[in-house]
Design a protein. Structure first.
Length: 141
């Protein structure tokens, strides 16, 4: 993987995770003092918009990385960081599908199910990816 790919990957995933976490905190942990407020924090719509705009960039970079990092490592059995990397790789699918379905679902029960699926798969992806990075950093260069 080139340094440019790694930089784009780190930046896009960090921004996607940060905007998602901040949005979720604003939506589910904060409470507006105004009983008629539609949002719990004035920046809540901005965080959601930022997350929805940045996430496809991260997905593009993940696809870019797939062909020359993920697939060769998975196919040829490189054991360095394999379990965490493979876990992160497989979590991309449910994380992405639940995120897209969350945006287009009109049924409230389906939206809630997609939100829960997105939280779980995204949280597990972040953990697996961070573990993968930490395992990689203690390997000799």
């Amino acid at each position: 993987m080139s340094r440019l790919q790694l930089a784009w990957l780190q930046l896009s995933l960090a921004l996607t995770a940060l905007t998602g976490i901040v949005f979720a905190a604003m939506k589910y942990l904060l409470e507006s003092k105004d009983e008629f407020a539609v949002v719990n924090h004035p920046w809540q719509p901005f965080m959601l918009s930022a997350h929805v705009v940045i996430a496809p960039i991260a997905l593009f970079v993940l696809g870019w990385t797939f062909s020359n990092h993920m697939l060769p490592k998975h196919r040829f059995g490189d054991d360095t960081g394999r379990r965490s990397g493979t876990s992160a790789m497989w979590l991309i699918v449910p994380m992405t599908l639940s995120g897209y379905l969350l945006q287009v679902s009109v049924d409230e029960m389906l939206r809630q199910a997609m939100a829960i699926a997105h939280w779980i798969s995204s949280g597990l992806f972040i953990v697996a990816y961070v573990v993968h990075l930490l395992k990689r950093s203690d390997q000799p260069v």
